[in-house]
Design a protein around this ligand. Sequence first.
Ligand code: COA
Length: 351
Amino acid sequence: MSGLRIIGSGHHVPGRPYSNDDLARVMDTNDAWIRQRTGIRQRHFAPAGQGPADLALPAAQRALEAAGLGPSDIDYVLFSTMTPDHIFPGSAPLLASRLGMRTVPALDLRTQCAAMLYAFQVADSLLTAGAARRILIVGAEAHAGVMPWRDWDILEGTSDRRPSQEDWDRATRHRGWAIIFGDGAGALVVERSQQPGPGVLGVDIQADGRYAPLLCIPGGFREHPYVSESALASDAALIHMDGREVFKHAVTKLPKSIDALCQRTGTRADDIDWFIAHQANQRINEAVCHRLGVSIERMPSNIDRFGNTSGATIPILMDEMLRDGRLKSGQLVCLVALGAGFHWGSLLLRT
Ligand code: COA
């Protein structure tokens, strides 16, 4: 059966990396805690004025170049982000027009860190239905705007000031999530293969909105007006995350999903070459491997360099693996992720 095939990839991260020590200038945290609890050493942040479509542009250009294609060869754009350039419109049409694609359908997906599971399933369906021949899949995030500090100059190290006590306390209240996220973009070009072999072999995706309060930005259009002084003062525009609960759900739901997917597709976990997992916390991925009885070497990681780039983690990691030759055609790959919503699951792909 011929199916979805990845023919190009690219990624982009903005500016210089920010170390854990940099973060410790604006809140009460430290390098040892962050490394031990998450595996993160550094992350990148988009500068003010740059949104996910800006970050996605060089990533998409690299993916097109790797595929040996131009923008006019793409007939659909799927853009996953939870930090969109604007509240509306979505980031997909912005990226498409910046690439010079004038009227191509461009769809934003909102499944947060589980982005790529949904994007691959939608892309596969579009290709199978004949609605598209070549699709640009993008995951891009600019979390910098939601960070709980104001003193970027102190973080940058360009000012010797100390944050005010109020700013320090506020950032420290949010340190559980603020140390996790980073910015970046990953892009993949996929097409329907003419040869038998590659393709999406199975999908196990679930969603359960009862868990939305465990990881969300509570602000939104239920409020009148949707942005108000009181909403800002109560931090309704910041991320709210119950880290311990999210952790527990991830380490139980993800192995279950992989087990179900393996059963349904008649695959043994041992047959899978790579488990390409969302990079939320290295300890989550270690626990998932442990429960599956799979060596951590088969679940590659780059969280130490980029942190959690939400919808961008999987395409960034896939791009690195395609470029350094770890990910080759003919391999069996399992994508794994859990994110806000909750949305979670796994997807089996023959490359
Ligand atoms: N620096 C220093 N100390 C910190 C800290 C930080 N950045 N964040 C929390 N702490 C402290 C807490 O205040 C707490 O102190 P206490 O014991 O004195 O009360 C202690 O460390 C333990 O906090 P806890 O929240 O239990 O830590 P944890 O081991 O659960 O790690 C996370 C916190 C957020 C790293 C972890 O829960 C996690 O990764 N959860 C999953 C989140 C996730 O995957 N989100 C994205 C999904 S897409």
